[in-house]
Design a protein around this ligand. Structure first.
Ligand code: PMP
Ligand code: GLU
Length: 412
């Protein structure tokens, strides 16, 4: 008898980000000292007023419209307009249980092929597999800040061939590299020439350390889809509140997404949508400035104390990740490297191979969020002057884990 599970689903495994989170927790429970640099979760408290709004709306039990609360869609439309200069109308915004679901629905809907840079977030490829869409990887280099150049993009597109529907995924600030894309305009020009659809994953864009929200939609609004949500800038990953903004020209796509939403999750839970209105309506600029500044300081601490002739890293620019490369000939794969590091130092990281790199590239993803963000946040009086002293005081696990890792690398 043939397998009862579809071939493309059978290939999937548990997402490595969630798996490392669970593994780290188990190890901690068993009494081991673990530095949780594997999972990417905001350590900060959700702004109080947003939490209060959730409480105030907890009794609301009616289903909201499939597409989401109109007021929330309007606020997200304004948020995008303010930051990108592009008006995605509220009719073209879909509220989803996390932006991950928004992207999954896009893959299920889309008829074509996916082009994504290496490195890219762990879930893009499996999601494309679920949608039965072929994936093409576009290799990038450290010299080019881990983003493709316009020439590289065009070369790859020529190789893929003509007359294909293609979604190009771009995520800046980037998970896993922590880098910000500086050539959006040039990439958009190529995308336009080849009539690509762009999926701009902007879940970290509010966490750009240069305090500038940059979106490729600015240069190619006609075909740029934007995904985002509350998980990163607002510290509300577990609330599962995301959105997808669809270009005004893509009505057919939008209608199909809505049908899929209605046949799967129906609509996102009501109280969270009301709380999200507050998150997108209120003025959280000071909160964001402080969050960014703390992350930037912690990221820089790790960068400064880890880089050596054995460990190469680019400085942090946004989100909460770094991507160190370990110079060694001992290990054959980055997953073996991560396994040994975890066993010998207690530092949990993810291997570069989970992000589209060849297994023999000794890259890892390091998430520098293993600290009590509430305490750190409370004790920062002036966000412009966060010293290493403060990092040592309020992010001791990050500091200790960095020392362990750095000492370990000396013996490579
Ligand atoms: N994109 C990237 C690059 C991510 O790291 C994450 C992590 N959660 C997501 C999308 C999905 O975020 P969420 O579903 O919580 O909105
Ligand atoms: N985005 C986070 C990460 O890359 C975890 C959450 C998730 O994968 O859904 O670690």
């Amino acid at each position: 008898m043939s397998s009862k599970v579809k071939k493309n689903i059978l290939k999937l495994k548990e997402s490595s980000t969630l798996a490392i989170n669970e593994k780290s927790k188990e190890l901690i429970k068993s009494g081991k000292k673990i530095y949780r640099f594997g999972f990417g979760q905001s350590p900060f408290q959700i702004p109080e007023k947003v939490v209060d709004t959730l409480k105030l709306n907890a009794h609301k039990k009616e289903y909201l419209p499939i597409q989401g609360l109109p007021e929330l869609r309007e606020k997200i439309s304004n948020h995008l307009f303010k930051n990108t200069g592009v008006r995605y109308s509220k009719e073209n915004i879909l509220i989803t249980p996390g932006s991950k679901e928004a992207m999954l629905l896009m893959h299920v809907t889309f008829n074509g092929e996916i082009l994504t840079p290496a490195p890219s977030w762990v879930s893009y490829e499996p999601q494309a597999q679920i949608g039965s869409n072929k994936v093409h990887w576009l290799e990038t280099s450290r010299e080019n800040n881990w983003f493709p150049t316009a020439i590289e993009l065009e070369k790859k597109l020529k190789k893929i061939g003509k007359n294909k529907n293609i979604i190009f995924i771009l995520n800046s600030p980037n998970n896993p590299s922590g880098a910000i894309c500086k050539n959006l305009k040039e990439l958009a020009q190529v995308a336009k020439k080849y009539k690509l659809i762009i999926l701009s994953d902007e879940i970290y864009t509010d966490l750009s350390f240069d305090n500038r929200y940059k979106s490729i939609s600015e240069f190619y609004p006609k075909a740029t889809f934007i995904s985002g949500g509350l998980s990163k800038w607002c510290g509300a990953g577990g609330w599962r509140l995301g959105f997808l903004a669809v270009p005004n020209e893509s009505k057919q796509f939008m209608n199909s997404l809505k049908s899929l939403a209605s046949e799967s999750y129906s609509t996102v839970n009501t109280p969270t949508q009301f709380a999200a209105v507050e998150a997108y309506k209120g003025d959280y600029e000071q909160y964001k400035l402080k969050v960014r500044s703390i992350l930037n300081s912690v990221g820089n601490y790790v960068y400064n104390n880890l880089k050596s002739n054995k460990v190469i890293i680019n400085p942090p620019q946004g989100a909460f990740y770094l991507m160190p490369e370990f110079k060694n000939k001992k290990f054959k794969t980055s997953s073996k490297l991560c396994e040994v590091i975890l066993n010998e130092t207690g530092v949990a990281m993810l291997p570069g191979s989970d992000f589209g790199f060849k297994p023999d590239k000794m890259l890892t993803r390091l998430s520098y969020t293993d600290f009590d963000g509430t305490q750190f946040f409370k004790n920062v009086k002036d966000y412009k002057t966060i010293s290493d002293e403060m990092v040592r005081k309020y992010a001791p696990n990050v500091v200790e884990g960095t020392t362990k890792l750095s000492n370990w690398a000396k013996n490579l």
